[in-house]
Structures are given as structure tokens and as C-alpha cells.
Design a binder for this molecule. Structure first.
Ligand SMILES: Cc1ncc(COP(=O)(O)O)c(C=O)c1O
Length: 361
């Protein structure tokens, strides 16, 4: 069909599509492998799923015919207990992806600039041009640490936001507290994306209390097993949040998601046990990967491990593992040459990955 002249905005016409992960059923059908034989290590999800308490809470909720609470009162009360910040310092979103979008929409005018430190999570550079902004990507150092002098030098009068993921995806390393403070001192909006905080247990959230231009973002997608329900939250000063409340869609976090996130906080001990299992498995996975002759794993503070692939193509390795039913991510960009990223799964997932890697050696 020929496209009608709908006058799509130029920023959208030239947009690079985001490459998302696809449903297991679709991949299983394409590969001719039953879904239960697939090992999903490509999106840093919690392989234990959500807890029985969360599933029951979702099943028992009787108000799906009503709109969700636009002010997320009960969810924010639970988040206040969990995150240790008052409710008026918290706002929930449909995943942290929505919160990234909201923050960009809050401050970016056409031609404004957004800084990120690459390689990093792709959503910052995906969402900025939709708003008409321009991403300025500052390379990290060879060990993936932030290059603070280069970030500071990249700031100009059109710079509006600096995004830093800590731990960073896909490299797994943390940003230093002093480094974040150096960025905050610029008075620009600094967003620290702590999507993997539960695995690193290191945060700069306490600095939000004294720095109005600092925002910390978190998510229920990784540690709490709720990626499919889309719940994230941010911690920010009420003076900044008041404006985000004005632009967020009223019913952005649906009822099932709000119920599930509250239940996850109520069932904290159980979920923290799965996090502890993932952390224990991370050590085992790292040791296993280090013994594979063609892989060089990097240290990590998150629930995934980045590996440099040596002497063969990372893409072909990803493809070969995929054909065998093991799903991982690969990267081959100038700053991240010939690498794969493996999420930490269950012990049986590590065993299966090992088996398939050895078969491909
Ligand atoms: C650094 C980082 N931030 C945010 C997200 C997205 O989280 P959510 O599922 O809450 O949108 C991801 C997911 O991969 C991530 O790696």
C-alpha cells in the first residue's frame, strides 16, 4: 500500500527503530523449539517470575472495570516504605521507559541536547529525537567508567539532561558517587537510572534530598519479575515532580500493575530470596564464562554479564546459540566491538548455556 501524505513529523520519519525483544512463543515457532526448551538470557528479567503472593493479588483484584488511581496513592505509600522517601518525592510510570520519556518531554525543546555515556541503554537516544532533541553520546573509558572531563566538555547552552545508568547496561559497572556529584554540580537535570539497584545495592538516591536537579529512576522489571506489567518509579524533589504530574497521562500505571507492585513490596522477603539466588548464580555464571576459551567476561554489579568474544563473530555466536534455543544479546558497534551480553538465569540455565557453548567450541 502506498503511504498517504500524512505529514508525519520529520523527526519521526528519520527515526531509527528500537530493537525490542520478541515473545518466546514467536521465537519458539520460528525455531521449531518448544517454548519450555528455550533459555531466555537476553533481557535481564527475573527467571523466577513473580511470586505466588503477587499472582494471587492480581487474580483477586475486583476493580479492573474501574480506572486506576491516577495519583497512585497506595502504590506510592508502598514505594515510600520500600525506597525510604516520602510519597511526595515519588512518581510511578509504565516502566522506567515511560519515565525516561516524561523527563525528556519535560525539558527538551527542539534542537536541545541530551547527553548520555555510551555504550549504554538505548532508550535515552531512542526517545530524545522523537521530542526533536539531539543526543550527544560521550564515549566511556575503555573500562566503561564515565569520562567526566569529556562529559563536562560536551555540555553547551542547549544541553538539558545527562542520563547515566548505574549499573550501566550493557557493561554492568557502577558510576562513582563523586562522578555523579560532579555532574550534578553543573545544575543540569541529571538522571541516574538505577534499574539494577537491587543487584548492586549501591545508590545515589540519598543525594536527591539535597540536589533538586538529581533524579533517580528504578524499575520492578528486573528484580521483582514484573517486566510484563510495566512498573517503574522515580525519586525526585517535589519542586520537579509537580511538573511531571502535569504532563503524565492520568492513568499511566494500570490497576494490575499497581496491585502487583504493592504485593511485591509486601512479599519483599520472598523476592529478595530470588535476588540472592540470582546473585549466587552470577558468581557461578561468571566462573563458567571465564573458562570458555573464546569469551572474556567483564566484572558486573547487575544481573547480566558482558563478554568480549575473541577469535570468532559475536553475532554468529548469538545466532548459533539461538538456533539451539539459548537467547542472548550481541553487540557490534565501534565502542562495543564483538560482544555478547548474558543475563543471569537459574542454575539449569547456566548449565544449558555451558553445554551449548561447549558444543559450539
Ligand atoms: C538501564 C535500564 N534502564 C531502564 C530499563 C527499562 O526498564 P523498564 O522495564 O522499567 O522500562 C532497562 C531495561 O533493560 C535498563 O537496562
Amino acid at each position: 500500500m502506498e503511504g498517504k501524505d500524512l505529514r508525519v513529523r520529520r523527526a519521526v520519519e528519520s527515526l531509527q527503530e528500537y530493537v525490542p525483544v520478541h515473545p518466546l512463543e514467536e521465537i519458539g515457532a520460528e525455531l521449531g523449539i518448544p517454548v519450555e526448551r528455550l533459555v531466555k538470557l537476553d533481557a535481564n528479567e527475573n527467571p523466577y517470575g513473580c511470586s505466588a503472593v503477587v499472582r494471587d493479588a492480581i487474580a483477586c483484584c475486583a476493580s479492573y472495570h474501574l480506572y486506576p488511581d491516577p495519583e497512585q496513592r497506595r502504590l506510592r505509600a508502598a514505594l515510600a516504605r520500600y525506597a525510604g522517601f516520602p510519597e511526595d518525592w515519588l512518581l510511578a510510570g509504565a516502566g522506567s521507559d515511560e519515565l525516561i520519556d516524561l523527563l525528556i518531554r519535560l525539558v527538551v525543546e527542539p534542537e536541545d541536547r541530551v547527553l548520555d555515556a555510551v555504550p549504554t541503554f538505548g532508550m535515552y537516544s531512542f526517545l530524545t529525537p522523537i521530542q526533536g532533541g539531539q543526543v550527544v553520546s560521550v564515549p566511556r573509558r575503555p573500562d566503561f567508567s564515565l569520562d567526566i572531563p569529556a562529559l563536562l566538555a560536551a555540555i553547551d547552552e542547549r544541553t538539558k539532561i545527562i542520563f547515566v545508568a548505574s549499573p550501566n547496561n550493557p557493561s554492568g559497572n557502577l558510576a562513582g558517587r563523586e562522578q555523579i556529584l560532579a555532574l550534578v554540580e553543573t545544575d543540569l537535570l541529571v538522571v541516574v537510572d538505577e534499574a539494577y539497584w537491587e543487584f548492586s545495592q549501591e545508590s545515589v538516591a540519598d543525594l536527591v534530598a539535597t540536589h533538586e536537579n538529581l533524579v533517580v529512576m528504578r524499575t520492578f522489571s528486573k528484580w521483582a519479575g514484573l517486566a510484563g506489567l510495566r512498573v517503574g518509579y522515580l525519586i525526585a524533589a517535589p519542586s520537579l515532580l509537580q511538573h511531571l504530574w502535569k504532563i503524565k497521562q492520568p492513568y499511566n500505571v494500570n490497576t494490575a500493575a499497581q496491585v502487583a507492585a504493592r504485593a511485591a513490596i509486601a512479599d519483599l522477603e520472598h523476592i529478595q530470596q530470588t535476588v540472592a539466588r540470582i546473585l549466587a548464580e552470577r558468581t557461578r555464571l561468571l566462573e563458567m564464562l571465564a573458562r570458555i576459551p573464546f569469551l572474556q567476561p567483564y566484572p558486573t554489579r547487575a544481573n547480566f554479564i558482558l563478554c568480549r568474544v575473541e577469535g570468532r563473530s559475536a553475532r554468529e555466536l548469538r545466532d548459533a546459540l539461538r538456533r539451539r534455543g539459548v537467547l542472548i544479546r550481541y553487540f557490534d558497534t565501534p565502542l562495543l566491538q564483538n560482544c555478547v551480553r548474558v543475563s543471569v538465569g537459574r542454575a539449569e540455565d547456566t548449565d544449558r548455556l555451558r553445554e551449548e557453548l561447549l558444543a559450539l567450541a
